[in-house]
Design a protein around this ligand. Structure first.
Ligand code: SF4
Ligand code: SF4
Length: 371
């Protein structure tokens, strides 16, 4: 093991009369040193994902409550943190988002803390963080996460069609970005108008501060050379006519994600903790309106102060598992086989880990400690 490795704590899913799984998660939180990252009266963002409508694989609020209770016991003030989506759906504004979250059980009564949609009503409330990295000079982070004193990421670890897998890095990077920040990570190109859906209402033209949209005879026209990629028009359109070309290459997307993780961590060094739930390991992410069958058995729950190490440990544990047949996994079932490349052969999932290590966000080398 290299000198530069970090501790990743692992709880398997065994439980009994002496200790329920909920109590075990509390023990994991403490043993991983999370009580040291929160101080008396800190405002702590517990970054969750409430799951898209139809998704059933998200981390249940029962587990989130344990984490919230531990943060409260440490004297801090936790809140559940989410941000609006770039794609159109219930979670693209705070009204639909809060309603869906309640349907999925993320109420204060269940989870022990209020949920705040941290980038505001339509995903525009953000703080600009200067990072001067290769892709992004600045990052747009949801205001209420940027202003929190500490962040605890609670991620459901699963595969992802654009990045190979989604764990701590993705939950914080994409999940803490405002709509502008999500657009900046997803593509180099600008939104476009689907002329068939446009009713010429003019709302997009009125919100565009850059004068990039004008109304033509049949539809709104977006001038890419004037567009700053702020995404205001996407949220404003009542007919979902303004859309995004999801064509960033996976390498580009993963590297931008890591730069956004860098932005969230900046100023919160020593104030970030990460939990990955390796349960219901589906082939797609929780933004899908369904959850396909898991490709490997449930594994356990990981906790670390290092986002790179915890994601490396998570993917290692998935690849060490024996895969399930009759799932999206069609080959490479054996322990040691790369399950991500079996499902997404064109995605090099290591990019996010390599680049994260290069930016000094953590280490791919880790020590796995079973609690
Ligand atoms: S993304 Fe922003 S700058 Fe570009 S057209 Fe839409 S509102 Fe205007
Ligand atoms: S807001 Fe939508 S429907 Fe209205 S003009 Fe713009 S693109 Fe067309």
């Amino acid at each position: 093991m290299s000198e530069q490795s970090t501790d990743v704590f692992f709880a398997d899913l065994r439980a009994g009369f002496k200790e329920s799984l909920l109590k075990k998660v509390g023990r994991l939180f403490l043993q991983a040193g999370f009580s040291n990252i929160v101080m008396q009266d800190d405002l702590v963002a517990v970054k969750i994902h409430v799951g898209e409508e139809g998704c059933t694989a998200y981390v249940r609020p029962d587990f989130v409550r344990v984490i919230v209770d531990e943060i409260t016991t440490a004297g801090a003030r936790p809140f559940l943190a989410e941000t609006n989506t770039l794609y159109h759906g219930l979670r693209s504004n705070s009204i639909g988002h809060l309603k869906l979250a309640a349907l999925h059980g993320f109420t204060e009564a269940n989870a022990g803390a209020p949920l705040i949609i941290c980038d505001g009503l339509t995903g525009q409330n953000c703080c600009e963080v200067r990072i001067d990295q290769s892709h992004c000079q600045e990052a747009f982070i949801a205001s209420d996460i940027a202003r929190a004193n500490a962040v605890v990421s609670v991620a459901h670890f699963k595969l992802h069609l654009a990045t190979g897998f989604g764990g701590a890095i993705k939950n914080v990077a994409m999940g803490c970005a405002s709509m502008t920040g999500k657009l900046a990570q997803h593509c180099n190109v600008r939104p476009f108008v689907d002329t068939k859906r446009c009713t010429l209402c003019g709302r997009c033209r009125d919100v565009c501060r850059y004068g990039a949209i004008r109304l033509e005879e049949k539809a709104a026209l977006l001038n890419e050379s004037k567009c700053a990629g702020c995404a205001e028009c996407i949220a404003s359109c009542p007919t979902e006519a303004i859309r995004v070309k999801w064509d960033a290459t996976s390498r580009d997307l993963q590297e931008r994600m890591v730069e956004y993780l860098f932005a969230v961590v900046k100023g919160k060094e020593g104030k970030m903790g990460y939990l990955n739930f390796l349960t219901n390991i589906t082939p797609g992410c929780d933004c899908m309106p369904f959850s396909d069958a898991p490709i490997v058995p449930d594994i356990g729950i990981l906790a670390s102060l290092d986002p790179i190490a915890i994601d490396q440990a998570s993917i290692d544990l998935v690849n060490r598992s024996t895969g399930f047949e009759n799932t999206a996994l069609k080959e490479r079932f054996k322990s040691g086989h790369d399950k991500v490349r079996a499902v997404y052969p064109d995605i090099d999932w290591e990019v996010q880990l390599q680049y994260g290590e290069r930016l000094g966000l953590g280490h791919r080398s880790y020590r796995l400690i079973t609690i």
